[in-house]
Write a new protein. Sequence first.
Length: 333
Amino acid sequence: MLNVAIIGVGYWGPNLVRNFMSLDSCRVSWVCDSRQVRLDYIAANYPGVRTTVQTRDVLADSRTDAVVIATPVETHFDLAMSALKAGKHVFIEKPMTYSSEQDLVLLNLAEQSGLKIGTGHIFIYHPAVIQMKEILREKRIGAPYYAFSSRMNPSPSHGHVEVIWDLAVHDIAISLYLWGEKPESVRATGASFAHKDRIDVATVEMFFPDGTFTSHHVGWLTSAKERCFFLAGTAGSMKFDDMLSDKLTVTGPAIDTRLDPEAQKGFIFYAPGTSEVAKLPACEPLRDECENFVQFVLNGGVMASDGTLGHSVVQVLEAATRSVREGGVLITL
C-alpha cells in the first residue's frame, strides 16, 4: 500500500485525488492547498481525508511515501526538492519544471536517494497514442516520415504560462514517446497577439537524427477546440482526433497511376488508401497514469512518463521558447 499526499487541488488536483483514491494499492494520506476553500471542497467530497494548508505537515509525516505535485509550474522545483529531501517519491504534473537544469538536479537527487520521479504527461496513457506506438512497432504504416498536430483552446490557462508550455507540451510528449528518442534540434515561431505579456500562438518543429520531423501548431486565438495529431509513414498514415468519437483512424497506402508507364495505356487515376477506425479499449488515461506511478514505486520497473521523459520535454520547451525569442532560429539540443 502506497500512502500518497497530493499538493494542489485547484483545477486538476481533484482529478488526481479521485483517481489515486480509486486504486486498491494506494491510499491518499493528505491533501494540501494554500486555500482553505479548496480544502473544504475536498473534505465535502472525500470525508475522512486529512487536509492542511501547510506543506510541512505533509513532509513531516513518516507514513507518507509519495508526494503528488499539482501546483503552478513555478512552484514545482522547490516542492519537489523538499519532498525528495524528506525521503518521499515524487509525481509532478506537466511540465516538470521551468528549467531543464532544475530537472537534472531533481533527477540526480532522486537517484542518490533511491527515490522515484514520475511526471504527469497524460496523453502517453491515452489508448489512441498507445495504439499508435504499437502500429509503428509493427510497421503497419511502415517507418515514420513526419507528424503534424493542431491543438487549440479558446482561452489560456490561469497564471503567466505561455501557449508553448500550456498546449505544445502535450504533443511534444506524444512525439517523444512515439519516436522513442529526443530530437537533434528545435525551431519555433510565434507571436503575442491578444495576450501582450506572453506568446499566445506558435508552431514548434522538432528534427530527429534520421531526418524525420514533427510540427505542432498551438494557439489560444480561436473560438473552437482542436486536438488532432497526424502521422505519415512510408506505407500509410494515422490520425488521432480526440474531439471525435472514432478517435484513431489508420489509412493504408494511396493508389496513384499517373506516373506508371503501363497506366498510360488506359485510365489514369489516383485515390486515397483505405481507412479503418481502430478499436480502442475503454479506459481513463489518468487512472492508468496514477496506477503506473504507484506500481513504479512499489515494484520498480518502468514508468512511461518518468522523470527522464519529463526532462526531455522541458528541454524541447526551453529550446522552442528561445527559438521564438530569437526570430525562429534553429536550436540544437
